[in-house]
Design a protein. Structure first.
Length: 104
């Protein structure tokens, strides 16, 4: 479920914001290109053409020069065959200042 910008999903500890940017996901000694869907202080969701098992990954967002470490919590198929949306929880929360900077 994608929420309108600024709207909060009550199951989350922190609000998520629409954030569509190219990403490079580093997992299991490979790099998978995809795109972010939303981001918040505690995590990010992104769409790639692979299924990642729960575990640690690194996500790079070249456009905003940001590297994020965290763990995959889950995934689900998208309406486009062969694409999967993953939810990642950050190892360390994003600072508000960093979040504000990349969203503007």
């Amino acid at each position: 479920m994608v929420l309108p910008q600024g709207q909060h999903d009550d199951r989350r500890s922190h609000p998520r914001y629409k954030f569509v940017k190219a990403v490079e996901v580093h997992a299991a000694k490979r790099v998978i290109k995809g795109f972010a869907v939303d981001i918040g202080q505690g995590g990010i969701s992104f769409i790639i053409d692979s299924i990642l098992a729960p575990g640690n990954v690194i996500v790079e967002i070249p456009e905003v020069q940001l590297t994020l470490e965290g763990k995959i919590l889950n995934h689900q198929p998208t309406s486009n065959a062969g694409l999967y949306r993953h939810q990642m929880q950050f190892k360390e929360m994003l600072l508000n200042a960093v979040l504000e900077e990349i969203l503007t």
